[in-house]
Design a protein around this ligand. Structure first.
Ligand SMILES: NC(=O)c1ccc[n+]([C@@H]2O[C@H](COP(=O)([O-])OP(=O)(O)OC[C@H]3O[C@@H](n4cnc5c(N)ncnc54)[C@H](O)[C@@H]3O)[C@@H](O)[C@H]2O)c1
Length: 423
């Protein structure tokens, strides 16, 4: 079968292969799964439509699914996160149908989603999504393909929230596993992965010194607390904004300053949104900000900062450096926006390190295998990753890292399952 693709530049293939193999070195769990899949072919004959950030780590997931016998069609889950060399290598070296061009306009982005969904006259058996754009397209514009779909998986918090809304509206037509909710996903990927790579994106775009700066972080969820710890570690004074009392209390007791955004806006040098919410930074905040304030987002969609209003408020717009937009506001104050408000870690850096994506994508691969065995006839619903998969991923990761743990003695097992023994 010939490989179908729409990529930026075929000549980038070799650069892409080198980078994919470099990432693979830090993905031993996924590699072990790929080796098993090659022998057992658990996904034989499955058509998988995947809408994921087209990065080196995703390339290793696609290779794993292909090794399991699946026909994978891959498109990007964000127009700015595609690595063009990775897309070239996927299509031209690994024979994976790939539709992804960095910087694609909206229509082109949705054409790519349509291409990923279309297997000749048929649709996919399994969907694999990051943010639920593919699932949403399938349920709204490509409903003719819905009948044959067995099941799906979803990678991120925002996607899971959208799927739960679809379930509540009775709109979801097949079961989908919330990979994000696996402990071996969000404890590590969202926290350590987003924490580190968001700083990486900010630094690569700006080369600022964080030490001594006031960094305002909106949202103290898994991603926000990972970033807050790391920013503090680099010498920044960190301010948290929240809308949820328990999370705000956690931030306070973790030693951060907690303020409403209206107050924080006057103080911050750098603002990062990680909420999954809309217009967290808006007109009243832009009006209060200091000259030189830097704004960016690491939440899934580019709606967390009200960019249209910022554009309207600006008397001048300049691009001092790639990935930095300068908006000159009244009184000559400049506000700088990074990566057009899209995920800064994937747009200005390379996304999460491979060693953390190893666990997220091990969950994806094993969840697909589980769905092939178990999803037939299941009601449409958002499912959890089976606990045994979560534990297997943690066990394999520990083994690969050479970390050993204890096991319960027979006496402890008995004690922990009994109620008679007390004071
Ligand atoms: N950049 C990446 O690579 C990456 C990786 C994983 C997740 N994400 C995305 O990051 C976002 C956050 O994910 P998470 O796992 O931390 O979610 P989470 O639900 O654990 O945390 C989000 C937090 O934001 C808070 N919040 C909501 N609206 C707010 C507002 N107006 N002001 C201040 N706080 C507000 C919530 O109370 C919550 O505590 C999601 O969009 C997710 O999809 C991005």
């Amino acid at each position: 079968m010939t490989t179908a693709y729409d990529i930026k530049d075929a000549s980038l293939k070799d650069a892409g292969v080198g980078r994919i193999l470099w990432a693979e070195r830090s993905m031993p769990v996924l590699r072990a799964i790929r080796e098993r899949f090659e022998k057992e072919k658990p996904l034989e004959g499955m058509k998988i439509a995947a809408c994921l950030h087209v990065t080196t780590e995703t390339a290793n997931l696609a290779r794993t699914l292909q090794a399991g016998g699946a026909h994978v069609r891959l498109c990007a889950s964000n127009p700015l996160s595609t690595q063009d060399e990775t897309a070239a290598a996927l299509a031209l070296e690994y024979g994976i149908d790939t539709f992804a061009v960095r910087g694609a306009e909206r229509d082109h982005y949705y054409q790519h989603i349509d291409s990923a969904l279309t297997f000749g006259d048929e649709g996919p058996d399994i969907t694999m999504d990051d943010g639920a754009d593919l699932v949403s397209q399938l349920h709204s514009k490509r409903t003719n393909l819905l009948d044959g779909v067995l099941a799906g998986t979803e990678e991120t918090t925002t996607g899971v929230i959208r799927l739960r809304s679809m379930t509540a509206d009775g709109a979801l037509k097949y079961p989908i596993i919330a990979v994000n909710d696996a402990d071996t996903k969000h404890f590590f990927d969202n926290r350590y992965g987003t924490g580190q790579s968001t700083l990486d994106g900010i630094l690569r775009a700006t080369n600022i010194l964080l030490a001594g700066m006031d960094v305002v972080i909106a949202g103290y969820g898994w991603c926000g607390r990972g970033l807050a710890d790391r920013a503090r570690g680099m010498g920044a004074r960190v301010i948290i904004t929240e809308i949820e009392p328990v999370r705000a209390l956690q931030a306070h007791m973790d030693g951060f300053t907690v303020l409403p955004m209206a107050e924080a806006a006057k103080i911050g040098d750098v603002f990062v949104t990680l909420t999954g919410d809309k217009h967290v930074l808006r007109k009243e905040h832009f009006e209060a900000m200091k000259d030189g304030a830097i704004l960016c987002n690491s939440g899934h969609f580019d709606v967390e900062i009200d960019i249209p209003t910022l554009e309207e408020m600006a008397s001048e717009h300049r691009t001092p450096k790639p990935l930095i937009d300068e908006y000159v506001l009244s009184g000559g104050r400049s506000i700088f926006l990074l990566a057009q408000g899209r995920l800064v870690n994937l747009s200005a850096a390379e996304g999460h390190p491979a060693s953390v994506m190893d666990m997220s994508f091990a969950n994806q691969a094993l969840s697909s295998e589980w769905l092939v065995k178990n999803a037939e006839g299941m009601e449409p619903q958002v499912l959890s990753v089976p606990k045994e998969i979560d534990r297997d991923v943690a066990r394999l990761k520990l083994e690969c890292m050479g970390v050993r743990i204890d096991t319960l003695t027979a006496e402890q097992e008995k004690y922990l399952s009994s109620w008679e023994e007390g004071t």
